[in-house]
Design a protein around this ligand. Sequence first.
Ligand code: NAP
Length: 248
Amino acid sequence: MTTDPRPVALISGGSRGIGRAAVLRLAQDGHDVAFCYHANQEAAEILAKEAETLGARVTYDRVDVADPDAVRDWVTRTENGLGPVETAVTSAGITRDKALVTMSDDDWRSVLTTNLDGVFHVCRTVAFSMMKRRQGSIVNISSVAGVYGNATQTNYAASKAGIIGFSKSLAKEIGRYGIRVNVVAPGFVDTDMVAAVPERLRTRALGGVALGRMGTAEEVADLVSFLAGPRAAYMTGSVVQIDGGMTL
Ligand code: NAP
């Protein structure tokens, strides 16, 4: 007896944090998963084993999303190995927080190239393949900082606001091919990225969260799963905040 192949989900920055939770959630939903990481191979290996226990075929690659050729090769390898990408989630991201007047060219460039160019590189490649098949769903991870701004994050907020404009434009461009593009804008989520924020600033930021706690990566992954899947069939170009009431 042959079984239908599982749909393929591709997740950038899938080895840790929100991306990691999305890998596991999409595997649970019945996808095969391909994810990339940048430096931490051990985290990727551990995650791949865990996702395999959920019945998924799993591939993982070291890819710098800022490098267009590397992203193109990664997507091609994935499609040759697992099959066409049906769902893409862009979670790869970094911060280099500084007051503007002390921000170096490299602080600016590295955040913009990883966070915004990275989304461009992944979406450009998967969109081409999705358009040929006239189906697919993309979820890009932005941030409330991209909607409201945040002091010491001009670089990060610019990249995350860029993702929103990019995604809305792409949604308009490829909606007629049956492809949906949505954005998740998290507030404060308990991952390594936030652990790097000085405790005094974390405590101050938490004071403004109505629910009085950070979100979990799994809670964000549930939203990613919803937006990626058929229950959100009539949603495209949406920016969905998940912030525990931080921006009320
Ligand atoms: P995280 O725990 O620091 O994980 C970041 C992930 O991105 C890791 O898997 C990392 O791989 C990968 N990555 C970093 N640079 C990369 C590159 N150049 N190429 C490929 N992969 C790269 O971060 P997170 O908190 O989960 O954040 C995930 C996304 O959510 C980011 O886009 C972030 O801006 C956004 N976000 C997070 C929060 C929050 O509170 N945590 C809030 C709003 C938005 P390695 O480990 O191998 O480096």
